[in-house]
Design a protein around this ligand. Structure first.
Ligand code: ZN
Length: 334
């Protein structure tokens, strides 16, 4: 018996220029720069995390900015296509205006009873802001502070350029692009406990049994051919594991399904296992603990180059090799 999947933990993508990447996610989208570290497997590359005021699991998009010299990726089947954030229902007009005034092309779409604003980040990574029908109700239900443990709530960031009432509320979900639905759908339903919620001709919507934030996975069939990982593509999607014990159960569940999960890897802010699902998308199961305050206080998040203990001896050499980056330009409050 495997645990219930509570939804997304983070999404990780590959950007080009680090400055442009951070300026967009902080200055335009109003996320907090919650951690500046390096790719543990490639210490010449930064690893940026952007999230809510506390870097709550379920709100964080993370990037390896390969610089503009990095190999361009190509979108295609076997990749995450879209990362969707929740916004309050009455913030859609604010965001339409904000994005367009920043020169961003926005497509507005109605889908499964929700309004979605779709646009691309500066590297071409597709994002959506979704005004879920349930958002207003959800907010009023959880302001009592009695939210269930799996109902990760976004914490506002008072230091950002977006007024708190319009700020992104963490993930709504992800859309995965596939050659065909079935094998990936099988992992969602048979291993991760997702349930088919709705479908159209080319889109199936799955919801995690526990509901709550980051609980949507949409599948779309793509005839774009296989994608290639590189700048402008999403590298992997991480789901939350509430504990290391739960993570171990997930690992066994993936193996029982005939997949090949990795051993547990210490990512400093969470422990992770990875598994390539049969449609080609890399899944991760990441623990909620210890989180981003493992090495910085809440007030200080993102202010230093954070390195895990095992890289601390190499700090000077690592700092010299990293590309130019002055910290995010958060822009002016409006
Ligand atoms: Zn990850």
């Amino acid at each position: 018996m495997t645990p219930e999947t509570p939804g997304l933990h983070h999404v990780t993508a590959i950007a080009g220029d680090p400055q442009r990447n951070a300026d967009f996610y902080v200055g335009t989208l109003g996320l907090r720069f919650v951690k500046k570290t390096v790719n543990h497997d490639d210490t010449g590359t930064y690893h940026f995390y952007f999230g809510d005021g506390e870097g709550t699991p379920g709100t964080n998009i993370t990037f390896f900015p390969w610089t503009d010299a990095g190999r361009p990726g190509r979108f295609g089947a076997g990749q995450p296509k879209t990362t969707a954030y929740r916004v309050p229902a009455d913030s859609i007009e604010y965001w339409l205006e904000r994005l367009e005034s920043n020169g961003i092309d926005v497509e507005r779409e109605e889908r499964f009873g929700e309004t979605a604003l779709r646009f691309a980040d500066p590297d071409g990574i597709e994002l959506e802001l979704v005004a879920a029908e349930s958002e207003a109700q959800h907010a009023s239900e959880t302001t009592s502070g009695n939210a269930a443990s799996n109902e990760t709530e976004a914490t506002p960031w008072a230091g950002g350029p977006v007024p708190t009432e319009h700020q992104l509320r963490g993930f709504r979900g992800v859309t995965l692009a596939l050659d065909s639905f079935d094998a990936t759908a099988g992992v969602l339903t048979d291993v991760l406990g997702y349930e088919l919620e709705a479908e159209t001709e080319n889109r199936r919507r799955y919801l995690s049994a526990s509901g709550g934030p980051g609980s949507v996975v949409d599948l779309v069939e793509s005839d774009a051919g296989r994608g290639q990982m590189g700048v402008g593509t999403v590298h992997h999607v991480a789901f939350r594991a509430e504990s290391v014990e739960e993570q171990r159960e997930w690992r066994e569940a993936f193996a029982d399904h005939g997949l090949s999960p990795t051993e547990v890897i210490d990512r400093k802010y969470f422990k992770s296992i990875y598994v390539r699902e049969p449609g080609g998308v890399l899944f991760e199961m990441a623990t909620v603990e210890p989180g981003f305050t493992a090495d910085e206080d809440i007030e200080e998040l993102g202010s230093t180059l954070a390195l895990p203990e095992w890289l601390e001896d190499e700090r000077e050499r690592i700092e010299q090799r990293l590309p130019p980056f002055d910290g995010p330009n958060a822009g002016a409050e409006e």
